[in-house]
Ligand binder design. Structure first.
Ligand SMILES: NC(=O)c1ccc[n+]([C@@H]2O[C@H](COP(=O)([O-])OP(=O)(O)OC[C@H]3O[C@@H](n4cnc5c(N)ncnc54)[C@H](O)[C@@H]3O)[C@@H](O)[C@H]2O)c1
Length: 250
């Protein structure tokens, strides 16, 4: 029960890494706001949590819309009294190579992946600064430090989120707020379903992963839990990569 009585918001928690994180947080005693762009999958995550005896509620939130984020935070405070933990997990990806990449293509990725995290942090901060306690975990990617073909927008969004993590960690340290990141490697989720549906493609990636397999959301969530817990109270501005060793040889 490492998060006993803590109140957590997990964005993009209707699927993949966000769902696994919300489920694990609840198992560890947290009361969880399961937030997602789509209500139905968020409700399904809540059903999983409740079936296991945990506490959670679902809210439909587009993290790029400030009013919706304020509503998400307001509903969490109404239900559970405060916010202790924020996991900025909501994110998207799309192939978009130069030179055909357009301004709108970049904004489409930067908005949820980077600005969404900023908007959510801004909305929860009053609770955290007031009580001088908070844990923020941003889900970045190995792609925050490795560039890939056709991934300029995604690379830039995750690189920006990595630096936001470091800069905010410094700004918020005097409020006893820890800001860290988890950088997943190649993980089987809704985001990568199409990519890994092709066994040859999946094998191509597996051959480049020292542990020789793709990750699962359940491989990533424990790192998020650790950084959201008081066990990590002396860690801030850091990224833990959970990538089967993918970055180790680079
Ligand atoms: N799967 C991977 O290989 C991988 C690798 C590195 C990083 N990541 C990151 O992990 C995070 C979770 O992705 P996943 O792989 O679990 O994918 P996923 O598609 O399974 O889940 C992402 C969730 O985010 C939600 N979402 C998308 N845009 C949103 C918005 N504007 N507002 C609120 N919710 C929104 C989606 O509805 C979805 O439920 C993302 O930030 C992604 O970039 C994934």
């Amino acid at each position: 029960m490492r998060l006993k009585n803590k109140v957590a918001i997990v964005t993009g928690a209707g699927s993949g890494i966000g769902r696994a994180t919300a489920v694990l947080f609840a198992k560890e005693g947290a009361k969880v706001c399961v937030s997602d762009l789509n209500l139905q999958p968020a409700q399904e995550t809540v059903d999983i949590i409740k079936k296991a005896g945990g506490a959670a509620f679902a809210v439909k939130t587009d993290v790029t819309v400030e009013a919706e984020v304020d509503k998400m935070v307001g509903e969490t405070a109404k239900a559970y009294g405060t916010v202790d933990i924020l996991v900025n997990n909501a994110g998207i990806n799309e192939f978009g190579p130069f030179p055909v990449l357009q301004i709108e293509d970049v904004q489409k990725i930067m908005n949820p992946n980077f600005m969404g995290a900023f908007i959510c942090i801004k909305a929860v901060l009053p609770f955290m600064t007031d009580k001088m306690y908070g844990k923020i975990v941003n889900i970045t990617s190995v792609m925050s430090v490795i560039a890939a073909k056709g991934q300029a927008s995604y690379n830039a969004s995750k690189g920006a989120l990595k630096m936001l993590t470091q800069a905010m960690a410094i700004d918020l340290a005097s409020y006893n707020i820890n800001v860290n990141a988890v950088g997943p490697g190649m993980t089987r989720t809704g985001l990568t379903k199409q990519l890994f549906a092709n066994p040859e493609r999946a094998k191509w990636f597996e051959d480049r992963i020292p542990l020789n397999r793709l990750g699962n959301p359940e491989d990533i969530a424990p790192a998020v839990l650790f950084l959201a817990s008081d066990e990590a109270s002396y860690i801030t501005g850091e990224t833990i990569y959970v990538d089967g060793g993918m970055l180790a040889g680079r």
